[in-house]
Ligand binder design. Structure first.
Ligand code: ATP
Length: 217
């Protein structure tokens, strides 16, 4: 049995916060593999054209090429009409029936969870890992009592360890091991208008790609 984490998002662009999450969770949860799943469609951003899935995919590949354990999936490109987690997660479960699957999201996604299609089903299909995010609220009173009973809080200075308590019931692990205040929206704005400091917030290959192809101009 392998332990695999999957991290869905727009990744427009992938940034050092996303990469720190991958590296940290590989260690904290003893994962064998961590896979980014870029969405095919990027929501239209005001005044900017949506970044193509191929550009976002290329940036993810550049950002992860130095680590064998971190991969990028084209799963959501194969069925662009099925962008919802309730459709993606069963595919992952079917692809890896003998493995343990963790689905990863940031605090802001967690706080929006009730807007996700069939969100209660989503939270019962696999284990989940929620990463806290600087200056974003995190709470568990947004979900039902039953789901709250499956939350395992690993946050706090005591450095609580992940203890594998099996896969019979799906859990939602909350962790604060990554504390990096970077957002993709901010990088896009700074790449368009700023002084170049945004380049420190993405892996070097991603910064070169954004400049070479003028992704956010
Ligand atoms: P935005 O600027 O819209 O916030 P983003 O930086 O969140 O963009 P996305 O591709 O939308 O980038 O994020 C994918 C997932 O990564 C989401 O679940 C988001 O909550 C999480 N995430 C992104 N950045 C961080 C961060 N710095 N810390 C924790 N989670 C993050």
């Amino acid at each position: 049995m392998k332990k695999r984490a999957f991290f869905g998002g727009t990744f427009d662009p992938v940034h050092n916060g996303h990469i720190a999450i991958a590296r940290t969770l590989l260690e904290q949860f003893g994962l064998d593999e961590f896979t980014f799943i870029p969405a095919f469609h990027a929501p239209h951003k005001t005044r900017l054209k949506p970044t193509s899935a191929y550009d976002r995919y290329a940036m993810l590949c550049l950002a992860t090429d130095d680590d064998e354990r971190i991969k990028v999936s084209q799963l959501e490109f194969e069925t662009p009409g099925e962008p919802y987690s309730v459709q993606t997660l069963p595919k992952l479960v079917a692809m890896y029936p003998d493995d343990r699957i963790f689905f990863v999201m940031g605090a802001d996604s967690w706080m929006d969870i009730r807007t996700w299609r069939e969100w209660e089903t989503v939270l019962s299909l696999t284990d989940h890992i929620v990463m806290t995010r600087p200056s974003r609220e995190i709470a568990t009173d947004n979900v039902t009592k039953e789901i709250r009973s499956r939350v395992i809080d690993l946050t706090g200075s005591s450095g609580k360890q992940f203890v594998d308590i099996g896969n019979a019931v799906k859990h939602i692990y909350i962790t604060d091991r990554v504390n990096i205040d970077i957002s993709a929206t901010d990088i896009r704005h700074r790449a368009r208008n700023g002084d170049g400091s945004w380049k420190n917030d993405v892996p070097p290959g991603v910064a070169k790609f954004i400049e070479k192809y003028q992704i956010y101009k």
